[in-house]
Design a protein around this ligand. Structure first.
Ligand SMILES: O=C(CO)COP(=O)(O)O
Length: 265
C-alpha cells in the first residue's frame, strides 16, 4: 500500500556546530537541494541545531526564503518561571521553530528523563503548535532478550498518556534503537519495520486507524545515504532522524533524496 504520509528527514545535530557553522551548513544544504531540484513538498527536510543556533537559522531561512524547516533538540515541560537553563515552548515558537525532539535516548540516559516527563514536554510543544518528535527505542540488552517491541510500545504508551487524538495525529515518533545510535550498527530494514509497524499498530489501539495512518514514524540510528533507501522502502518507516551524517550538508542532502553519496562516512 502506498504511503500517504509526507516523509520527514530530520537532522539532529546534537551538541555540534556553533551559530556560524550552522549558517554555513544550512546554506550549503539548501543550495545542494536546490541544485538537485528537491521537492520539499514531497520530502520535508528539517534541521535540529543547538538552541544557540536557532536565531541565526531563523534569520537565514526567513531572509533567503528557504524551505528547510528547523526544530529544537529539547523543550521545557514548564511554561515559564524559575527553571534555570530551560527553554520554553513559547520562546521556541517565537523563533519560528516547527519541531522539538523530546525524549531522545541521550536525554533519557544523561538527564534521567522518564516517559512522564517526555509526555509533558510533548504536550508543552503541542500547546505552542510545535510538533514533537517523540523518541523511543530499546537498548542492547532489551534487544538481545527479544523484548524490543514490548519495551518500545510501553514508552509510546507513557509518552502519549493524556495526549488527545487530535494532538497525537500531528505528532511524530522516532524509533531509535539505542544500540544503533552513533555506532555504525544500523538496524536491518526488517528490524526497523518490525518496531515501526508495531508503533503504528499501537496508535490504532490507543486512538484510531486515522491517527495511526497520519502519524509519521521515523527510524534513527546510523542512517547514511548508503542505507537510507532500503530503510525508507519499509511500509511503516516515514523518514529518518539522522545524527552524525546530518552534520555534512552534502551527505544529508543525499539522505533527504534517498540517494547514495560517497563521502566515506
Ligand atoms: O541519535 C540519533 C539521531 O537522533 C542517531 O544518531 P546517528 O545517526 O549518529 O547514529
Amino acid at each position: 500500500m502506498a504511503k500517504n504520509r509526507t516523509p520527514l528527514m530530520a537532522g539532529n545535530w546534537k551538541m555540534n556546530l556553533d551559530h556560524h557553522e550552522a549558517t554555513h551548513t544550512v546554506q550549503k544544504l539548501a543550495w545542494t537541494l536546490k541544485d538537485a531540484k528537491h521537492d520539499f513538498n514531497a520530502v520535508e527536510v528539517v534541521v535540529c541545531p543547538p538552541f544557540t543556533d536557532l536565531r541565526s537559522v531563523q534569520t537565514l531561512v526567513d531572509s533567503d526564503k528557504l524551505e528547510i524547516g528547523y526544530g529544537a533538540q529539547d523543550i521545557s515541560a514548564h511554561a515559564k518561571g524559575a527553571y534555570t537553563g530551560e527553554i520554553s515552548a513559547a520562546m521556541l515558537a517565537k523563533l519560528g521553530v516547527g519541531y522539538a525532539v523530546v525524549g531522545h535516548s541521550e536525554r533519557r540516559q544523561y538527564h534521567a528523563e522518564d516517559d512522564a516527563l517526555v509526555g509533558a514536554k510533548a504536550k508543552a510543544a503541542l500547546a505552542a503548535d510545535i510538533i514533537p518528535i517523540v523518541c523511543v527505542g530499546e537498548g542492547l540488552e532489551i534487544r538481545q532478550a527479544g523484548e524490543q517491541v514490548a519495551y518500545t510500545l510501553a514508552q509510546v504508551d507513557g509518552a502519549f498518556d493524556g495526549i488527545s487524538e487530535q494532538d497525537a495525529a500531528r505528532s511524530v515518533i522516532a524509533y531509535e534503537p539505542v544500540w544503533a545510535i552513533g555506532t555504525g550498527e544500523v538496524a536491518t530494514p526488517e528490524d526497523a519495520q518490525e518496531v515501526c509497524g508495531a508503533i503504528r499498530g499501537r496508535l490504532a489501539e490507543l486512538y484510531s486507524a486515522e491517527v495511526a495512518d497520519a502519524v509519521r514514524v521515523l527510524y534513527g540510528g546510523s542512517v547514511k545515504s548508503g542505507n537510507v533507501a532500503t530503510i525508507m522502502a519499509q511500509p511503516d518507516v516515514d523518514g529518518a532522524l539522522v545524527g552524525g551524517a546530518s552534520l555534512d550538508p552534502t551527505e544529508f542532502a543525499a539522505i533527504a533524496r534517498y540517494q547514495s553519496h560517497d563521502v566515506g562516512l
